[in-house]
Write a protein that binds this ligand. Structure first.
Ligand SMILES: [Zn+2]
Length: 466
C-alpha cells in the first residue's frame, strides 16, 4: 500500500518517495529489472514490414531492433511481465498471510509486552512489519537484479546493489512507521470517519513527499551540474528553455552518474517549487547525440510546463477520496468475516468491525485493502500516466522544432536509442500494455513521432504558435 505513492504520478515525474511499501519498497528510483517507470520510457508493437496478400499492409514500424537484440528484448519482456505480476501478487499474499497466520496479531502482542508506551509499540510493530515485507520481496529482487545483469542492462555489482537496497530499507524504516502510526491513530480516534480524515492527511503528505524527493536522490546517486562537463549541451538546452518559456536556469540542470550502475538511458524532472529540477543520466548525455538529448529534455520540460506533477497530485487526491471510502467498506467487511480468525478481536466478544480495524493488526487489514485497490486500479492509473506521457512527447517534439534540423527524425532516433538501451520488446501484448505500461509502447511513440508534422503546410503545433 502506498498512502503517498499515488498511482497517478508514475510518469517521468520522478517520484522517489522514501516510503514505498510494496514490491518496490526498498528500491528508491527505477526498478532495475524494468525500464524505469520514471523514464522517457520505451516499449512497443508488431514487428516490421510484414504484409501479405491476405492482411492489410501495416504502416512501417519506426522502432526496430537488430535480430540479436530483438530476441533478447522479447525474452526479457516476458520475464519483466512475470516479475511485475509476481511482485504485485506477492505483496498481497504477504499481507494476507500476516493476517491469516495471526503473525500480525502475534507481533502486536509482542510489541505490547516490550513497552507500555502505545506509540512506541506502534513504531516497533510497523518497523517489523516493514522488515517482513522487505524480506519477502528479497528473492524476487535478487532474481530481478540477476536478470538485469545477465541481459547487460544493469552493470551494478552485487555489493553496490545490496547497499542501495539497504539504504532504501533504512529510509523506509525511518520514515514509514511514524506515518503509519499517525494513520493508525486517525483510525482509532475517528473510528467511523477515519477514511475521510486519512484522506485529508494524505494530500499534504503527497505534496511534501514530491517536494522533498530530490533531497533523497543524492543518497543513491551522485549528481553534478550538467554544465560542468557538458557546456555545449547546456548551451543547446538553453535554446529549448528559451523556446518553452521556462525559467529553468543551468543551476537546476543536473547530470546523474548512472553509468557505474546501468546501461539504461534516462532523463527526468522531479521536485516542486524550489526543488524542481531536470536530471539527465550521464549514459544519456554521453551516448546519444545532443539533438536527441534535447528531445528528451523537451519531453521532460513538457511535464514541467504542462503541470503534470500538480495535475497528477490533484487527480490522485480525487481518486483517493473514493479509494479510501471503498477500502474502509471492504476492510469492515473483512473484519466482520475474518476478525476473530485473524486475532483482531477475541472470540465471544461482540466484534465491532470499526474497533477491530483500529488495532495494529486491524490496520494491516486496511493496508491489504489499499494494496488490492492499487492492483485493481493500476490500468486506470497507467491510462492517465500514458496520456501525460503522450502529451509530453508531443510537447518535446514541438519544443525542438526550429532548433534541430528534423524533429521527426530526431524523436524517432531517440526512441530507438531508448528502446535498444532498455531492450524494450517491440511487440508487447496489448493487454499487458494497457494494464502495466505507464508509458505508451516505444513502438507507438516512435510511430507517432515519425508522422507528427503539424508544421507541414504552414501549420503549427498544439503547444507553440510556430
Ligand atoms: Zn515522461
Amino acid at each position: 500500500m502506498n498512502f503517498a505513492r499515488c498511482a497517478m504520478l508514475a510518469g517521468c515525474v520522478a517520484l522517489h518517495l522514501p516510503f514505498q511499501l510494496t514490491a518496490v519498497a526498498p528500491r528508491l528510483g527505477p526498478a532495475p529489472h524494468t525500464a524505469p517507470r520514471n523514464v522517457v520510457n520505451p516499449s512497443a508493437s508488431p514487428p516490421a514490414e510484414s504484409s501479405s496478400a491476405s492482411t492489410p499492409a501495416k504502416p512501417p514500424q519506426a522502432y526496430k531492433l537488430p535480430p540479436d537484440k530483438l530476441a533478447k528484448a522479447i525474452a526479457l519482456g516476458r520475464i519483466r511481465n512475470i516479475v511485475d505480476l509476481a511482485g504485485s501478487l506477492l505483496d498481497l499474499a504477504v499481507l494476507w498471510l500476516l493476517l491469516a497466520t495471526r503473525a500480525s496479531a502475534a507481533i502486536e502482542s509482542w510489541s505490547q509486552r516490550i513497552t507500555p508506551r502505545r506509540w512506541l509499540q506502534g513504531l516497533f510493530f510497523f518497523a517489523i512489519f516493514l522488515l517482513i515485507t522487505a524480506l519477502a520481496d528479497l528473492p524476487l529482487d535478487v532474481y530481478a537484479h540477476h536478470v538485469s545483469r545477465s541481459y547487460g542492462i544493469s552493470v551494478a555489482g552485487w555489493g553496490d546493489w545490496l547497499l542501495d537496497l539497504s539504504k532504501g530499507l533504512g529510509l523506509s524504516i525511518l520514515f514509514v512507521p511514524p506515518i503509519l502510526l499517525a494513520f493508525n491513530w486517525i483510525v482509532r480516534r475517528w473510528p467511523r470517519r477515519y477514511w475521510l480524515y486519512s484522506w485529508m492527511a494524505t494530500i499534504p503528505l503527497m505534496v511534501v513527499s514530491v517536494f522533498i524527493a530530490p533531497l533523497f536522490e543524492p543518497i543513491f546517486n551522485r549528481y553534478e551540474p550538467l554544465a560542468k562537463n557538458h557546456p555545449v549541451l547546456v548551451g543547446e538546452l538553453q535554446k529549448v528553455v528559451a523556446r518553452t518559456g521556462t525559467s529553468i536556469p543551468p543551476e537546476r540542470m543536473f547530470l546523474m552518474k548512472a553509468a557505474q550502475k546501468t546501461n539504461g538511458l534516462n532523463a527526468y524532472v522531479s521536485g516542486l517549487g524550489s526543488t524542481k529540477r531536470i536530471v539527465v543520466w550521464d549514459t544519456t548525455a554521453d551516448r546519444i547525440p545532443d539533438d536527441q538529448v534535447l528531445f528528451l529534455l523537451g519531453h521532460e520540460t513538457g511535464h514541467y510546463v504542462l503541470n503534470h506533477i500538480a495535475k497528477g497530485l490533484a487527480l490522485s487526491a480525487v481518486a483517493l477520496f473514493f479509494v479510501y471510502w471503498g477500502c474502509a467498506r471492504f476492510a469492515a467487511w473483512l473484519a466482520r468475516g475474518f476478525g476473530v480468525r485473524w486475532g483482531l478481536a477475541q472470540e465471544g466478544i461482540t466484534l465491532r468491525s470499526v474497533a477491530a480495524l483500529s488495532s495494529r493488526s486491524g490496520f494491516v487489514v486496511l493496508l491489504f485493502t489499499i494494496s488490492v485497490a492499487g492492483f485493481v486500479l493500476a490500468p486506470i492509473d497507467n491510462l492517465v500516466s500514458r496520456y501525460f506521457e503522450h502529451q509530453a512527447d508531443v510537447y518535446g517534439q514541438e519544443a525542438i522544432h526550429g532548433i534541430v534540423t528534423d524533429p521527426q527524425k530526431t524523436a524517432v532516433a531517440a526512441f530507438n536509442a531508448l528502446g535498444e538501451a532498455w531492450l524494450e520488446d517491440p511487440n508487447p501484448s496489448p493487454f499487458l500494455e494497457c494494464w502495466t505500461y505507464s508509458h505508451p509502447s516505444t513502438q507507438s511513440r516512435a510511430n507517432f513521432a515519425a508522422q507528427y508534422d503539424p508544421w507541414a503546410n504552414g501549420g503549427h503545433g498544439e503547444f507553440f504558435d510556430k
